[in-house]
Write a new protein. Structure first.
Length: 295
């Protein structure tokens, strides 16, 4: 059984790829996302509402991940054939629930009148069809179920780990151990971005190395693209890759810490130290554009 170490709460910031990406994209966006409670200008509730906005691509990704997780968890109990009608009904219901319960940025910012299941189901079904029809899924059913007690499917929590004493968050999609080898798969429903995805995967490998006391040689990691068709790209790191990744995390954490007046308590500098970027495509896709008058 894979055991995950638990950590006591500490306020110090934890590196994650999402956090550092936002930090490099726009300091103001980063401030709203991570330091809303310190904002002297806008109410916390307003910023929180914007933080929670979803989008069509994001929701396609969420539902595909959740469904694959359900399919894999079902395999832990049964290898019987999936009934296509019940499967479609399950996915449609999840799409309906999410569309009703969440606010889409496309609607909030008046690009669409509403978002319903019809707007997301074709993307979801394209990805799920690719996954269920893949040789990887057949292989998981036929071979990997033998070691199913060592599967980790979307583990709960935020994927906290430590790299040389630094707090990091790297949440793995699917990990299993077969013949003493750790196999990590990360499903992708969007565009390919090799450098970004490689960094993400190295984060998962580091997480596994920490929690499973493994070395790079024990890990096989791949990105599984689900659109337009299933394709895996193996990005397993070498020992040197993980070493330089770890050094990079230290540098990036220190860069973010410079924006804290109290690093241990993770208290930010004044809002003015987190400038807006010039109007760009980043603003177009930013949940907080209303606050910057970039609508
Ligand atoms: S709208 Fe643009 S400037 Fe404002 S927070 Fe978002 S990305 Fe930054």
């Amino acid at each position: 059984m894979v055991k995950i170490e638990k950590f006591d709460f500490t306020p110090i910031l934890g590196w994650s790829i999402t956090r550092y990406d936002m930090f490099t994209a726009c300091k103001r966006q980063y401030y709203y996302q991570y330091y809303a409670k310190y904002d002297p200008e806008f109410k916390r509730a307003k910023i929180d509402t914007l933080k929670k906005l979803t989008s069509i691509p994001l929701e396609i990704g969420n539902i595909v991940h959740d469904t694959i997780s359900v399919v894999l968890k079902r395999l832990l109990k049964s290898r019987s054939r999936i009934d296509p009608q019940r499967f479609d009904a399950f996915v449609e219901e999840m799409a309906g629930t999410n569309c009703r319960s969440k606010t889409f940025s496309e609607v909030y910012y008046n690009e669409m009148v509403s978002v319903g299941p019809a707007d997301i189901l074709s993307g979801i079904n394209e990805c799920l069809k690719a996954f269920l029809g893949s040789s990887r899924f057949e292989w998981i059913k036929d071979q990997a179920t033998a070691g199913k007690h060592d599967w980790l499917i979307e583990p709960p929590g935020y994927g906290e780990a430590r790299i040389n004493g630094l707090k990091v968050y790297c949440k793995v999609d699917f990990l299993f151990v077969i013949d003493r080898k750790i196999i990590i798969l990360d499903w992708k429903t969007g565009k390919r971005n090799k450098e970004k995805h490689k960094k993400q995967l190295f984060g998962y490998c580091t997480w596994s190395a920490h929690h499973l006391k493994a070395s790079a040689a024990d890990i096989n990691a791949a990105i599984a693209y689900l659109r337009p068709s299933y394709e895996e790209v193996n990005l397993s790191p070498s020992v040197d890759d993980l070493k330089s990744f770890n050094a990079r995390i230290r540098v990036e954490t220190e860069e973010m810490n410079v924006f804290c007046s109290d690093v241990q308590e993770n208290i930010p500098n004044d809002k003015a130290s987190f400038p807006m970027i010039p109007q760009s495509a980043v603003c177009h896709y930013c949940n907080f554009k209303e606050l910057c008058n970039r609508i």
